[in-house]
Write a new protein. Structure first.
Length: 264
C-alpha cells in the first residue's frame, strides 16, 4: 500500500464524470479503497455512510486493502451501512455468492454492526428477493433523489460484454425505470440474479466503476466514448448518476483504446 492512498486519486469527480487510470491491478484496488476511505472521512457528524458493494476479483482486492490497519482503523465502521448492487440466487455460503466473497475478504475483518449488513437473499427466488430488497432499501436509506433512495457509494464492475450489476445486454432490467431492484437472468450461465436497476444506481451520490484487463478495452471505448449506441447493447451506458457523479477507475490495459482527452 502506498503511504498516501489519496495521492493520485481525488475522492470523487469535481465534475459529473471523471475517468482515471491506475498503474496496475494493485493500484486499481487501492484507488477503490481510497474512495471508500475519503467518503467515510468526509461523513458529516451523526450521518451514516451507505455503500453498495459488488462482486468480482477487483472488489475482492479492494476489500483486502481496506482491512489493512492504516485504512481499517480510520473508517468509522459503526456508522457504515452495507448493501449489494446484485447477487446470484444462491445461499449465503455458496461459492458464487457476492455476499460470501465480501464476508471473507472484508466483513469478517472490520467492526461493522451486523444489523447494518444487508445481503440480498437469493435462495427464495429472484422475484421475491428483488421485492424484499426494494422494501429494505426504502426502509433504511433516508436520503431521496426524486423519490428514489440515494446511496452514498455504489461500486460497479463491467463485464467483457458491457454489462454491469446483473444488467445483461438485451434483458428487461436494463430498461426498468419503475422498480429499484429487479429479477435478472444470465442466459449464457443459466443463472438467476437480483439486481439494482439503473434507476436505483443513478440516484447515488457517487457511482464508481473499477475496471481492469486489456480484454475489456474495446467495449470500454464504446461505453465511455461512443454515446449514440443502444443502451441495451452495452448496459454499462445506463449508469449516469443525476445529480450525483460517476467515477471510472481503470488500469492501463482496459484504458488502452481511450482517447487521451477522455482521461482526466
Amino acid at each position: 500500500m502506498s503511504q498516501d492512498p489519496l495521492a493520485s486519486f481525488t475522492p470523487w469527480p469535481r465534475s459529473q464524470r471523471a475517468v482515471r487510470v491506475a498503474e496496475d491491478s494493485a493500484k486499481l484496488a487501492e484507488a477503490g479503497a481510497a474512495v471508500f476511505l475519503a467518503s467515510a472521512m468526509a461523513l458529516p457528524s451523526g450521518e451514516e455512510l451507505t455503500v453498495a458493494l459488488s462482486g468480482g476479483n477487483t472488489p475482492r482486492a479492494m476489500h483486502e486493502v481496506m482491512t489493512r490497519p492504516a485504512i481499517r482503523d480510520a473508517i468509522p465502521w459503526k456508522r457504515v451501512r452495507i448493501f449489494w448492487g446484485d447477487e446470484r440466487c444462491v445461499p449465503a455460503d455458496h461459492k458464487d455468492s457476492n455476499f460470501k466473497m465480501a464476508k471473507e475478504s472484508l466483513l469478517d475483518h472490520v467492526p461493522l454492526d451486523p444489523e447494518k449488513i444487508h445481503r440480498m437473499i437469493g435462495e427464495d427466488g429472484a422475484e421475491k428477493g428483488a421485492a424484499d430488497y426494494e422494501a429494505l432499501l426504502k426502509k433504511h436509506v433516508k436520503r431521496l433523489v426524486n423519490g428514489t433512495p440515494s446511496l452514498d457509494l455504489v461500486y460497479l464492475g463491467m463485464g467483457d460484454d458491457g454489462h454491469t450489476l446483473s444488467l445483461f445486454p438485451g434483458t428487461a432490467p436494463v430498461h426498468d425505470d419503475h422498480h429499484l431492484v429487479a429479477a435478472g437472468y444470465n442466459a449464457n450461465l443459466k443463472s438467476h440474479r437480483i439486481t439494482f436497476t439503473p434507476r436505483m444506481a443513478n440516484a447515488a451520490k457517487l457511482c464508481v466503476f473499477l475496471v481492469g484487463g486489456a480484454g475489456k478495452a474495446g467495449v470500454l471505448k464504446h461505453v465511455i466514448e461512443e454515446n449514440d449506441g443502444p443502451i441495451a447493447q452495452y448496459p454499462s451506458r445506463s449508469i449516469k448518476p443525476n445529480p450525483g457523479s460517476l467515477l471510472w477507475v481503470l488500469d492501463k490495459g482496459s484504458s488502452a483504446q481511450l482517447s487521451p482527452d477522455t482521461i482526466k
